[in-house]
Design a protein. Sequence first.
Length: 541
Amino acid sequence: MRAHDLLNNPFLNKGTAFTMQERQENGLIGLLPPYVQTIEEQAQTTYQQYLKKPNDLEKRLFLMEIFNTNRTLFYYLFNQHIVEFNPIVYDPIIADTIEQYSELFVDPQYAAYLDINHPENIEATLKNAAGDRDIRLIVVTDAEGILGIGDWGVQGVDISVGKLMIYTAAAGIDPSCVLPLVIDAGTNREELLNNPMYLGNRHERVRGEQYDNFIDQFVQTAENLFPKLYLHWEDFGRSNAADILNRYKTQIPTFNDDIQGTGIVVLGGIFGALDITGEKLTDQVYLCYGGGSAGAGIAERVHAEMVAEGLDAEEAYKRFFMIDKQGLLFDDMDDLTPAQKPFAKKRSDFEGKGDMTDLLEVIKTVKPTILVGTSTNPGAFTKEVVEAMCQNTERPVIFPISNPTKKLEATAEQVIEWSDGKAFVATGVPSPTVSYKGVDYQIGQANNALIYPGLGLGMLASEASLLTDEMIGAAAHSLSGLVDPGQAGAPVLPPFQYVAQVSIKVAEAVAKKAQEQGLAQAEEQDMAKAVRDLKWYPEYK
């Protein structure tokens, strides 16, 4: 049994790379083919099998087989092909496996499944899922707002698994110390409720006091069991995401990627554009198209940076406009979320301007210099919209960052062509280089993976007791200086191929800021060394 337990433990299994001595000591003689492979040979063989898969979904399923059986080999291979594998392992292909999770289910992948109907099982679930592992990082979702595809119930656990893969591949966080988790609070998606194969709770989403109490009990239990825990919230619905983050961010080290992570990377992209133009952030006018958790979180982050650069809060708010499903947001609307309210305008200031429900109309009226799309409204950034942005400033910032690909407000190629190469573009999904009038425009991806892995590594290395706005600002600023602003067609964000180097830079900036603020609890006082020492490498021990 000991030998088979070892072969079935993905954190310890080496497969055909077990040496003859290891095979002798662990009862593996005769249980593996006789030739002992190196990890390099294993990776080469595995990659050749990967290339034979007929489509991206099959490629992802194949890689998940490797992940389920041998974490070290999986991450060794991932590190070799990080740009190629990222959209396969995570966004956008992960959307397909989330939608088909119940039908494709084979292995729980060491995830934890919390049932909102059984709060008495929270502690047992966390203990069972952790086993004898020292959990430092949990990614938790309730899957109400998955990517751009909405409510997927228990099937959203795949987003937690995928997010943690990026943490390890990009920043080298030890995969044995992480735990993917889903809170199954039900689902409002009829096709799941009526699907006889659906693996989650078959009732509508639980809300209100029962939900809030369950979240509280989960947080308290997790903090008690794992005293050095960093808690990452992912893809919660707009009615809960900000409330949960605000409830705990001054108590524990915690982070919401949709609200904070997207804001950091977009701010980093804006800094990249301003590095090229030489303009100041405090002179910009910001239009948010899509006022959900991500859109409002980005706006809040950029607003906070304007204040940090010298504007008072009210003066900065005058430079922000937000469009959601109602059109431009006004303060007399009774359905605004708490995150939207600070950005809502007085209707009296727009008398005679029309109903302000049309994006083009709003652009012509408020004259933004920055347009960020998180609407999941495909094609919303039309040729007329892009041309109108170019009337407001010589070099507009236009970021259509909705995902997956089918939800993009515009493609990078469209924005470059319609702006005659003037717009700074970043997209929410990988975009190929755009060749236009003799210039190759590299398109930065407003990919949270440029930020959250390094942010997590910095938090864990410093053992920071809280994640502060100042630490988040340090992370955004650390993205600048990684791209040559003098290069024609230079991207506003570092290409994803450099994510490992970016993650180290982000981690060091965050850890050092934690230390400056007196929040670092690590024994190691050299934060750069603490980061390097914590980084895990996919090597057989």
